[in-house]
Design a protein around this ligand. Structure first.
Ligand SMILES: Cc1ncc(COP(=O)(O)O)c(C=O)c1O
Length: 463
């Protein structure tokens, strides 16, 4: 694997490994939590005796909290920090851009840098630079909204098929295709009712037969759409489900979904907001099967830490949008924000020049091998699944204590200076999406600390 040093200092805190000086959350974080609770809507931040720690600085894979604790961020801050936190090249570009033009007029007098980013993205997109058309947005959910609108315009068919376990965001349009009742329940009356959910086969849990059953369910959902007056124009899926638990479908599944959807007049929309831009060891996860969707959403990593996302597609689909006649029917105040566009260009340079996509593949293999070895003697581990630097440790097998899961592992890891999040329908997965700039030393420390955290939880009494 590529062990060559990165061209910037990945250990700028001088502490290559986690360094917990006071049990998190320390007094400074607790004081901030008390202040936060007086102003922030209570639905946002999880305030518990053990959570959260408040971040003050982050560089590379390191994060420092308000009490001076230093962590390894194995979540990459929701998968955003693909090039690490505050990469010096990206930071410098943001600083320079902020001094020139910090805000433009998105669809009226756009910033010049937006053109440069659009051209760059078109070169990377699977349809090639001449045929790709792009709609920028600010968040992942917004990119999904834009793609759903595009598919409706292009097909005239409002129905959607999405997948069980899917996460596409929480704005109302995207939420209608997000699976978990936890998010949907309170807003059910506001959600578009023409979405059918079908099972998403996970290679580890369902094997080949799972794919067959899912494809049959897809056919059924396409039929149901016609019958219920919601003919399906969009089949929406993550090539690897992220928050659903890092679930990887069996080979050939994505291709077969695309074939069946198109045969029935629907477009295939890949949500690569989490998996895109190198995370899985290829630029896009779709490359693993060589299947080209009709629409593609990216976000998270794209802005190099700033909010930016995109809905992309070939002209034949994207030109379903009418030309703007001065009052664009889809835009927003911050569309094509110059800081985010400049940061995205710098991020894409870093991704390429530092070989981060290849690094994701090589590092991912090392991570899986070392993690499997470290977890070998711990009861209740059902496996590790994923691709590249997108992996999930699945717990809850025989011998695992009842009533605990990824959430408890998250807390045990935090006390060891490691940041991870739970994923999966029952929180049974410890999701790993670290920066691709993680060094081998950091990776080894992460594996050792995580295995200790998992073991601590595994050996607990059932609750
Ligand atoms: C696959 C996927 N789609 C969409 C989203 C929503 O993105 P955002 O939170 O930026 O709206 C997420 C966020 O985690 C995601 O993982």
């Amino acid at each position: 694997m590529n062990r060559s040093p990165l061209p910037h200092d990945p250990l700028p805190f001088g502490a290559r490994l986690p360094r917990v000086v006071v049990a998190p959350p320390g007094p400074a974080s607790k004081a901030l939590a008390a202040r936060l609770s007086r102003t922030e809507a209570r639905t946002v931040t999880w305030l518990s005796p053990e959570f959260p720690v408040f971040w003050t600085d982050a560089r590379g894979a390191n994060v420092r909290d308000a009490d001076g604790n230093e962590y390894l961020d194995l979540n990459g801050a929701f998968g955003v920090a693909v090039a690490g936190h505050a990469h010096p090249r990206i930071t410098e570009v943001i600083r320079r851009q902020a001094g020139r033009l910090a805000h433009g007029m998105g669809d009226i007098h756009p910033p010049r840098v937006k053109v440069e980013l659009l051209e760059r993205l078109a070169e990377l997109a699977p349809w090639g630079p001449a045929d790709t058309r792009i709609l920028l947005a600010n968040s992942g959910s917004e990119a999904v909204e834009a793609a759903l609108k595009t598919a409706l315009l292009a097909t005239g068919r409002p129905g959607i098929v999405a997948f069980e376990g899917a996460y596409h965001g929480l704005t109302l349009g995207a939420l209608a295709s997000t699976f978990r009742d936890h998010f949907r329940g309170p807003f059910r009356e506001r959600l578009y009712p023409g979405v059918g959910f079908v099972p998403f086969p996970d290679t580890m849990e369902d094997g080949e037969s799972g794919a067959q059953a899912a494809l049959e369910a897809l056919e059924q959902a396409l039929d149901d759409g016609e019958e219920r007056g919601h003919p399906v124009g969009t089949v929406l899926l993550e090539p690897i489900q992220g928050r659903g638990g890092v679930r990887v479908p069996p080979p050939g599944f994505l291709r077969e979904v695309a074939r069946r959807a198109r045969r029935r007049g629907a477009l295939v929309l890949f949500d690569e907001i989490y998996t895109g831009l190198g995370r899985t060891g290829t630029l896009f996860a779709l490359e693993a099967e060589g299947v080209v969707p009709d629409l593609l959403c990216i976000g998270k990593a794209l802005g190099g830490g700033l909010p930016l996302s995109a809905c992309m597609g070939p002209a034949a689909v994207m030109d379903a949008w009418p030309p703007s006649t001065g009052e664009a029917i889809h835009t927003s105040t911050f569309l094509g924000h110059p800081l985010a566009c400049a940061a995205a260009l710098a991020f894409l340079d870093v991704l390429e020049e530092e070989g981060l996509v290849e690094r994701a593949q090589a590092m991912g293999e090392t991570l899986v091998t070392q993690m499997a070895e470290a977890l070998a003697d711990i009861p209740g581990i059902r496996g590790i699944r994923g691709r590249g630097m997108f992996q999930g440790i699945v717990v809850g097998g025989p011998g695992w204590p009842e009533g605990v899961g990824g959430r408890e592992v998250m807390l045990a890891a935090l006390r060891r200076g490691l940041i991870v999040l739970p994923a999966g329908a029952r929180g049974e997965v410890v999701e790993l999406s670290p920066p691709l700039t993680l060094t081998t030393g950091q990776l080894e420390a992460a594996v050792e600390g995580l295995a200790e955290a998992v073991k601590e939880v595994a050996l607990r009494e059932s609750t």
